[in-house]
Ligand binder design. Structure first.
Ligand code: 0A1
Ligand code: ZN
Length: 871
């Protein structure tokens, strides 16, 4: 399928099988200082369902073609045509061997797609359409081929030469050497990978349940060799978990991970040779925060799980991206939950879905989990495809129950092993194994937007009646929506806080399956007191629940509900309500804090039972999330209102915050265990309240923590509070931190982020200064995200400054970035998607800035994003 040009999207309904398949491919990749020569030999055969006489079309972007032959003979000029994007061969036989030789220039590749160089190391990124920048090939996921690859390079500078599968031969030729790799599993070319560099390696072994020995290797620069243990432990845990939970074993004798500094995304699941952003694989207590440790665990697992959900069973086309991503995210979420805390992980995932995916689904970028069209597929690696996609799998898990869900996945993997399939194929397996009709459920895949679920209830004569109404607002291109199948998990709490029996068997929890626009469900409830509904337990469906909870009900749920999500949601509703009232009456902070105080005190009183959960319950919604709930975004007033509430709570509960912080000390060496992470998280929550209140002892406490702590979680957490609350010592702490961590790129990314997220318009000057800092580099996505991404996504008062200066700064940056790395420029443009919700003057200022970028933008990636945002 051809890349979309502006105005000519690629459509799902136009899917056609490829005219030719590639059974076997051999690549010979000769790496030099100035250029790379790629020889490819492809065994092509006509697809049985392709129309007779169809041309053989191969993708190839920016390749310098040096030689071309068919079955060993040079091809006549009139039999082929190359327009810089596709090579079309006319009049080809049903089977033939194509040999091509091309020259590419990885050293000049700053887009980080295809073959490129990161800190002197050659590496590849082929998903989604990078392979066409390496050689001619039908670059689409439904062409599965057996790969063998010979990599050649200078012996001294590139001692390590890697590709997918197993090494089968190696040799030397003067100053150069070569290694040949063979991958026995047919795969789409987006899973191809190659690495050449001077790398250190941590190697260990893993024995599978069936007794096979697997060699595990994690490669990184020598200086990072001491940062690989956590990834290795996570990999082994993931391998064991997948055997246990899904009955899936690893299938090759060797599993390799390589850490690279320049990477557009988090990591990539190339068969047998994962390539990782350093941020998602390196971890050391001194340089990595708790969140970093947990990210490494999750991403290592995610990429490992792809070996089955993605590689062994892959996607027919890129509209099916969520087939592998939604399912694999569901798998990595379940894994992380099992490794840490099920309740805490669920709240974190829901929080992220609601604060990031819901806005996407309610704005100009809204698209279905299985999109119907796109221009650049790179722009569809979204939270909707990943996180909402995972929610759809989770709902099926809930509807089937764990045993039947497992029967469904067994069926899926056995039926489709070695094939490229669709989300419909996945749902078919679930329906078959589950013995349920999922016809209506499939609408979740094709219909965009966040459904609204309105609940109302009555109680009379021993009967509790709950009415549920669903509706989904229009999204771009989808004005009318159909009712969905929505599982609503429910309990009813009696006066003592215990869940009431809902049926004759005494079950206290049930799943109502809403299929109509409106339905009423009735329950017999003895006594005269109306129960309190515990709705959407576990966040059983990705919907926006509207129910007119009274403050008393919310306090009651927070105190008594046994469902962790519902407790957290009750707290969030209380906080949102308080901030909303404060927006109307800024003088009421003291009274609002006083009203919340009993709830917080009660959480704090039980905090040591589960500090991680307590920390979540005690976290006020962020400024961005608050803004998303309001009709018109007013960043300064939101900042003031939220800040005032936080400061008042800090002041009124100062004694308890200090106590909680003290109780959460984690003596002894740093450990990234769930228990210790939970304690640090609560301690930093407490310190944040004290910092907001400008408590007289907090600045010196934070200064000492930032200076003396033996771990990055404490150091960075303290630094952020000092800097964000402009406490005494902040400037010195920033300078000391930079001096100390100057050589650690991942730590310095955080140093940039801390400064970019200081609230207030004056930060704009600081962001400009940091853009000119010697350590800022437009070519390193992590650095760009650290400075510009955190500014636009995490600093509403500066980004949305009334002067429009934040928008102009950001727009200039997007234009600059587009010249270096279009994928990153396009991703970063997503931060502007709240444009339609801005008040008039700001909307016009942002639109003007973006129109200016659009008029200059060179890449289809950025243009597609800007056109959608400005539409
Ligand atoms: N499949 C990877 C994500 C990924 C996607 C695109 C990339 O380059 C444009 C890189 C990685 C995953 O889900 O982890
Ligand atoms: Zn993935």
């Amino acid at each position: 399928m051809r890349d979309g040009q502006p105005g000519t999207p690629i459509r799902l309904v136009d899917y056609q099988v490829p005219a030719y398949l590639v059974g076997q491919v051999h690549l010979d990749v000769d790496l030099f200082d100035e250029h790379t020569r790629v020889n490819a030999t492809l065994a092509l055969r006509r697809h049985p369902d392709a129309p007779a006489g169809a041309d053989c079309v191969l993708d190839g972007v920016g390749l310098t073609l040096e030689a071309l032959s068919v079955d060993g003979e040079p091809l006549a000029e009139e039999a082929w045509r190359y327009d810089g994007e596709q090579l079309v061969l006319r009049g080809m036989p049903d089977t033939f061997t194509l040999a091509t030789q091309v020259i590419i220039e990885p050293q000049r590749n700053t887009a980080l797609e295809g073959l490129y160089v990161s800190r002197g190391m050659f590496c590849t990124q082929c998903e989604a359409e990078g392979f066409r920048r390496i050689t001619f090939f039908p670059d689409r996921p439904d062409v599965l081929s057996r790969f063998s690859t010979t990599v050649r390079a200078d012996k001294v500078r590139f001692p390590v030469l890697l590709s997918n599968g197993n090494p089968v031969a190696r040799g030397e030729e003067g100053a150069r050497h070569w290694v040949t790799w063979e991958d026995p599993f047919p795969k789409p070319c987006y899973l191809f990978a190659l690495v050449a560099g001077d790398l250190a390696c941590l190697e260990e072994r893993y024995r599978t349940g069936s007794g096979r020995e697997i060699t595990l290797q994690i490669y990184a620069e020598e200086r990072d060799l001491d940062k690989l243990d956590h990834a290795m432990a996570s990999l082994k845990a993931a391998m064991a978990w997948d055997e246990q939970t899904y009955g899936l074993e690893y299938d090759l004798g060797i599993y390799m991970i390589v850490a690279v500094s320049h990477f557009n995304m988090g990591a990539m699941e190339n068969k047998g040779l994962n390539i990782f952003n350093t941020a998602c694989v390196l971890a050391h207590p001194k340089t990595t925060t708790d969140a970093g440790f947990q990210r490494v665990e999750a991403v290592v697992a995610h990429e490992y799980f792809h070996n089955w959900s993605g590689n062994r069973v892959t996607c027919r086309d890129w509209f099916q991206l969520s087939l592998k991503e939604g399912f694999t995210v569901f798998r990595d979420q379940s894994f992380s939950a099992d490794m840490n805390s099920i309740a805490v992980k669920r709240v974190e995932d829901v929080d992220m879905l609601r604060t990031v995916q819901f806005p996407e689904d309610q704005g100009p970028m809204a698209h279905p989990v299985r999109p119907a069209e796109y221009q650049k597929i790179d722009n569809f690696y979204t939270v909707t495809i990943y996180e909402k996609g995972a929610e759809l799998v989770r709902m099926q898990h809930g509807l089937l129950g764990p045993e039947r869900f497992r029967a469904g996945t067994d069926l899926y993997f056995s039926r489709f092993d070695g094939q490229a399939v669709t989300t419909d194929d996945f749902v078919d397996c679930m329906a078959e194994a589950g013995g349920i009709d999922l016809t209506q459920f499939r609408r979740w895949y094709s219909q965009a937007g966040t459904p609204r679920l309105e609940a109302s209830d009555t109680f009379a004569d021993g009967e509790y009646r709950l009415t549920l109404r669903q509706s989904t607002p229009p999204t771009p291109g989808q004005p009318d929506k159909l009712p969905l199948m929505i599982p609503v998990k429910l309990a009813l709490l009696g006066a003592d806080g215990a869940a009431l029996p809902l049926d004759a068997d005494g079950n206290t929890e049930t799943v109502l399956v809403l299929t109509e626009a409106e339905q009423t469900f009735a329950f017999a409830v003895p006594g005269t007191q109306a129960p309190v509904p515990s709705l959407l337990r576990g966040f059983s469906a990705p919907v926006e629940l509207r129910y007119d909870f009274s403050p008393a009900q919310l306090h009651f749920l927070l105190a008594h509900d046994s469902d962790g999500y519902c407790r957290w949601d009750a707290a969030q509703r209380l906080y949102h309500a308080a901030v909303t009232r404060l927006l109307a009456d800024p003088s009421a902070a003291e009274a609002e804090a006083a009203a919340l105080r009993p709830a917080l005190e009660q959480v704090l009183a039980r905090a040591m039972d589960d500090p991680a959960e307590a920390a979540l319950l005690l976290t006020l919604p962020g400024e961005v999330a608050i803004g998303d709930r309001l009709d018109v975004l007013e960043p300064d007033r939101i900042h003031a209102a939220r800040g005032a509430l936080q400061a008042e709570l800090g002041r009124q509960l100062a004694r308890q915050w200090w106590q909680a912080g003290q109780a959460c000390l984690t003596p002894g060496p740093y450990r990234p265990s769930a228990a210790d992470i939970g304690k640090r998280s609560l301690r930093h929550r407490a310190l944040a309240y004290l910092a907001a209140a400008a408590d007289e002892r907090v600045a010196s406490h934070l200064e000492a923590l930032c200076r003396d702590a033996d771990n990055m979680t404490d150091q960075l957490g303290a630094l952020r509070l000092l800097v964000h609350y402009r406490l005494p010592g902040a400037a010195q702490a920033l300078a000391d931190f930079a001096a100390r961590w100057h050589d650690e790129a991942l730590v310095m990314d955080q140093w940039f982020a801390v400064q970019a997220t200081v609230p207030g318009e004056q930060t704009l000057a600081q962001v400009r200064a940091l853009l000119a800092h010697a350590d800022f580099d437009w070519r390193v996505p992590n650095r760009v995200r650290g400075l510009l991404g955190s500014f636009a996504n995490g600093n509403p008062t500066a980004f949305h400054a009334a002067s429009g200066e934040g928008y102009r700064l950001y727009a200039e940056a997007l234009a600059r970035l587009d010249e270096v790395n279009p994928q990153i420029a396009a991703r970063m443009a997503g931060a502007c998607a709240r444009l339609p919700r801005l008040p008039d003057a700001r909307r016009e200022a942002l639109a003007a800035a973006l129109r200016d970028v659009l008029s200059r933008s060179r890449s289809a990636n950025l243009r597609e994003m800007l056109e959608r945002i400005l539409a």
